[in-house]
Design a protein around this ligand. Structure first.
Ligand SMILES: *Cc1c(COP(=O)(O)O)cnc(C)c1O
Length: 393
């Protein structure tokens, strides 16, 4: 892109493609070749050692994958980016690049279930100390970070109760303690929030969700300063959690409508949250766009819109959930989010299936909590669908 000031809707469509559209193709070709031929042996060497641009082997780089990386990089306003086979690979590889035995990491209790498992199970095995603070308790995070840590790892909004953390404030605390600040931006998407602009060092996405947007490809991506992303790329090229070219193609195609989809999803989520708020069967509704959300003001400050994710607790817990969810006509009951179809599921079988009931309770996740990932359907139809499903008398 020659003009960095064009809006995100334009970037979603055009960014990161031109260089890769060979043969005059109007779409980025999917290059399935694993290896690349060099008639000139010296040129081959120059590319291999990084003195010349080009490709050697698919585990390291691939043009279709790079086009996807460039698109996300431009949307996040980053200097560099690298991609992965899944969002969890992006997270685990980034952590593994920077953590060493004896290091300490500070995070929050409400990270994505898989991330939480890395913190509770795998990092302690490597003699890495993990301190998980109450999400939204900024004073506690500041206190723990000030004791010293290598990484402050954040996610905002969180899964599934859409809690908000003040990223700017936490970045200040992290940097004062000499820590790197990582932010999982999956829920917000680059359309609604750019953590690098708020001072974060690295931004991570599960591209499987909103970026791809069609629930048909797995992927992850990390963006930040080149000097920070380069070692993560190196870790990944050797350890092998590389994105597949077909997945990259689907991501690029999906991202063309990212701005369009996310805007629709935000608008609908707000209307659905407002509707659910007034329903008798709904005990609690979680959406950062509502004034009743405890950190609505922070969300308003650091996000341009409040996202397509909301959750609600139904009166009567799981018994009610079992009756209501099967009645929804326009929703997949599935462990996913961020797709064009509305996707719904209880937290205990989706984001936090890895946790025990006790662990979920400690995280403040009611057993009857339903996560509702708004799709791009007409919002009136979705509200009618919910109305029908909630009428269980
Ligand atoms: C899904 C998700 C992940 C993990 O991504 P995968 O692509 O499933 O590996 C990480 N963080 C958040 C917030 C997610 O929603």
């Amino acid at each position: 892109m020659t003009n960095k000031d064009v809006k995100k809707a334009t970037k979603s469509v055009w960014a990161g493609e031109k260089k890769y559209r060979v043969h005059g193709a109007t779409q980025v070709p999917t290059v399935f070749s694993v290896a690349y031929n060099y008639d000139d042996i010296d040129e081959w060497y120059d590319v291999a050692i990084g003195n010349k641009e080009g490709h050697i082997y698919g585990r390291n780089t691939n043009p279709t994958v790079q086009s996807f990386e460039d698109k996300v990089k431009i949307l996040e306003g980053a200097e560099d980016s690298t991609s992965f086979s899944t969002g969890m690979a992006a997270i685990s590889n980034s952590l593994a690049t920077y953590l060493r035995p004896g290091d300490r990491i500070v995070s929050i209790k409400d990270t994505y279930g898989g991330t939480n498992k890395i913190f509770s199970e795998f990092l302690p095995q490597l003699n890495i100390e993990v301190e998980l603070c109450d999400t939204g308790d900024h004073e506690q995070i500041e206190r723990e970070v000030a004791k010293g840590c290598k990484i402050l790892y954040l996610e905002s909004p969180t899964n599934p109760t859409v809690k908000i953390t003040d990223i700017k404030r936490m970045v200040k605390a992290g940097h004062e303690a000499g820590a790197l600040v990582f932010v999982d931006n999956t829920f917000a998407t680059p359309i609604n929030q750019n953590p690098l602009e708020l001072g974060a060092d690295l931004v991570i996405h599960s591209a499987t969700k909103f970026l791809g947007g069609h629930a048909d490809a797995l992927g992850g991506v990390v963006c930040g300063k080149a000097e920070l992303v380069e070692p993560i790329y190196h870790y990944r090229e050797i350890n092998g959690a590389t994105m597949d070219p077909m997945a990259a193609y689907l991501m690029i195609r999906g991202m063309k409508t990212l701005d369009l989809r996310v805007k629709r999803q935000c608008e609908s989520a707000m209307k659905i949250a407002t509707y659910l708020q007034s329903h008798d069967l709904v005990e609690e509704i979680y959406y950062p766009g509502l004034k009743t959300h405890p950190n609505h003001d922070i969300a308003k400050e650091q996000m341009s819109n409040f996202g397509g994710m909301l959750s609600f607790a139904l009166k009567g817990g799981m018994d009610t959930v079992r009756k209501v969810l099967p009645k929804l006509e326009y929703a997949n009951r599935a462990a996913n989010l961020g797709s064009v179809e509305t996707t719904v599921g209880p937290a205990r079988t989706t984001s936090h299936v890895e946790c025990t009931p006790e662990e979920r309770k400690a995280l403040g996740i009611p057993e009857g909590l339903v996560r509702y990932a708004v799709g791009i359907e007409d919002v009136e139809d979705l509200i009618q669908d919910l109305k029908r499903a909630l009428d269980i008398k």
